[in-house]
Design a protein around this ligand. Sequence first.
Ligand code: SF4
Length: 218
Amino acid sequence: MNLDDVLAEEEAINLAIDTAIYSYLQRRTKIYANIQVTDLVYCPRRAYFEKKYGKKHNSNDFSLIVGILIHDFMLQALAEELNADNEVLTVEVFNIDGDTVKVYAMCDLLTDKYVLELKTCGRLPNEPRDSHVMQLEAYLRFFDRDYGYLVYVNRNNGDRRIFKHIRSDEIYDEFKNRLDDFYVSLKYDRIPYYRNESLCKFGKRKCPFYDICYEGVM
Ligand code: SF4
């Protein structure tokens, strides 16, 4: 076997790994409704592009797979231990621009008293992330609970940090503003005003819509 053949085989193996990662994420991405809470709390602009052009993943999203697997495994165990329901789906109805708009939410864990959202991460944050707090805030409203918990678990060593969040009108008002903007953007096919620049290049992952977002190039 000459050097060119070896390189060709290595390239094929690399490509196969990229394809495996990409296709797993495509299959595993949960899209259960037109508008979901998660569309609004991360980058609404990215969510708009995903609805317009289809969801895209980067081939270097391998850590996402590890996170998803740990998340699913832990959710089931926590639901049993805490006597909670896991992955509970609900819908809230809003009136926007004269239309009835449904927004769907799936919380990780729901007990009689609180909502719990579980996040796996490579490094524990000192404070909960704003997007996660807004997500939990929306779930508190949708599931009619007064408080909830954001639980971060380090996927490398199992360390965890737990943050309690109590309802905040200010955060929910911003959520509703984002929803108004997002819905009207979808309806009239214009790019949403709200965006989250901290996610454009998050770690090693560049947003797959970066070029169209900043240059108008697809
Ligand atoms: S490039 Fe940044 S602002 Fe634009 S859609 Fe992606 S994450 Fe959002």
